[in-house]
Design a binder for this molecule. Sequence first.
Ligand code: HEM
Length: 524
Amino acid sequence: MELIGSFQFFFFIFMASMALLYMCCSLIYSFWVSPVLAYRKLKKYGLNGPSPSFPLGNLTEMKKKINVKSSSSSFGQPNSNIITHDIHSTLFPYFARWQSSHGKMFVYWLGTEPFLYIADPELLKKLSTEVTAKNWGKPAVFRRDRAAMFGNGLVMSEGDDWVRHRHVITPAFNPTNLKAMASLMVETTTEMLDNWRVLIDSGSQEIDIEREITATAGEIIAKTSFGISYQSGRLVYEKLRALQMTLFKTSRFVGVPFGKMMHPKKTLEARRLGQEINQLFLSIISARKKSIRESTQQHDLLGILLKQSEQGGFTKALTTQDLVDECKTFFFGGHETTALAITWTMLLLATHQDWQDQLREEIREVVGDKEIDVNMLAGLKKMGWVMNEVFRLYPSAPNAQRQAKGDIQVSDDLAIPSGTNMWIDIVAMHHDPALWGDDVNEFKPERFKDDIHGGCKHKMGYLPFGFGGRMCIGRNLTFLEYKIVLTLILSKFSFTISPTYCHSPSVVLSLRPSNGLPLVLHPL
Ligand code: HEM
C-alpha cells in the first residue's frame, strides 16, 4: 500500500517536472530560439539593421531617443513663432538615425519581434505586385495587443475572414449612403459653431479647436455609424478614449515576452474597459436588430450592415461579435483620424492667412448663401489641394503595418521570409526630400493643383490612406466630412493662432498636437 502511495507521489512529481520542462522549452523556443532563427534568416536574405539585445530588442534605444526629443530646444515651446513641419526626425529620431546608417529598409526589433522598416516606395510597389490584399497579414503582436480596440474587425482581420468583412462593408460606404449622412454632419457641425459663438459672446475668444473638433467628429461617427445621439453615444465614446490611452500605456513593451506584466494594473483596466465596451455595443446592436425589421430607412453604417447581413444569407452574414468588432473599428478608425486632419488644417490655415482667404473666396463662389449640397463639394478644388497637403505633412495615420504570410521573393537578391512584420513609415516618405524636392517641409497646397500625387517622384510615396486592396475603406466618408466641416467653419469664422500654442506633434496611435490647438476666433 505504502509502495503504491510513494509510486503515485513520484509519478506525480515526474509528470509535473515534465510539464514544467515542456513549458520552459516552449518559452525558450518562442522567445530565444525562434527569434535567433528569424534573425539568421533575415541576415541570410541580406536584411540587417541595428543590433538587438534580449529581451528588449531595440526598445532601449527607442525609448532613450524619445527622452532626447522632449528636451529638444525650439520644438514644443509656447509662443514659438517657428512652426516647423520637419517633424520626422523629432517624432521618430531612432528611425531617422537608423535610416542614415542602414538606408530606407532595415530590420529592427520590438522585443523579440523582428520588424522590417520600409520607407522605400519602390520596395512597396514590388511587394504590392507580389502579394494580394487577401494574403497580407497583420502583425500578430499588434493583433493581440489591440484586441480590445479592434477585435477581429476589418483593420486586423486576415485571409478569407478579411474578404468576407470587406465584401459586406464596402457597399455601406457607397456614394448614396454617404450622401444620406451629409445632413447629420451639417447639423452636428452647426451646433458646434453656435456654441463657439456663445463662448465668444461671453468673452472667451480662444478655443481649443482639437478638443472641439474631436468631440464633434465623435458625435458625427456616433450618428453616422450607429444611429445614436452623441449623448447616448457619450458613454461609448468616453470608454473607448479611456481604453485607447490605457492601451497606449501598456503597449510600451510591445513584443517583449510578458511585457504586459510590466503594467499589471493597466492591463487589467484595459481588459475591463474592453469588456464594458463590448457589452455597450451588444446592447446597441440588439436594440437596432429589433428596430430594423420595422424600418426600411437605415442610413447609418450599422443599420446598413444589419440589413445586408439579414438579406445576404448565410455566406454574407456577420456574426454579432463581428458587428461589435466593426463598430469599435469604425469608431476608432473613423473619428479621430478625420478630426485630426481637420485640426491640422486649422493650424495650417491659421498660419497661412492667404490660403484661409482663398478657401473662403472659393466657398463664396461655389456654395454662396445656399445650403451645402453634397454635389457642390467637388467644386471646392482648392480645398481639395489643401486637404491633400495636410495629409502629406501631418498624416493622421503615421504608419501602416503588414505581416508576410509566406516567403516573398522581391527580386533575385532579396526575399522577405514568412512571418516578417513590416512597418511602413508614412511620415518618413511624406517628408523625404528625395521624393518631394527641397521644399518638402513647406506648406504648398498648389503641389496638388494638376497632379493627384502632388509632384511626388514615386506613385507609392504618398500614402495617407495606405495602399493596395487594404487601403482605408472610410476615406470617402472622411473627404465628405472634411469638406462639410471646413466649409461651415470658414463661412462663419476667421481665425489666428493663439500665442499660447505649443507646436509639439506626437504619436498616440494617431498623429496629434500633444498640447491641443488653441486658436483665436473672429465671427464673420
Ligand atoms: C483622415 C482620415 C483617415 C485616415 C488618415 C485613415 C488612414 C487609414 C490607413 C493608413 C489605413 C491602413 C491601410 C493599409 O494598411 O494599407 C486605414 C485602414 C482602415 N480605415 Fe481608415 N483612415 C481614415 C478614416 C477612416 C474612416 C472615417 C473609417 C471608417 C468609418 C476608417 C476605417 C478604416 C478601416 C475599417 C480600415 C481597414 C481596411 C482594411 O484593412 O481592409 N478610416 N485607414
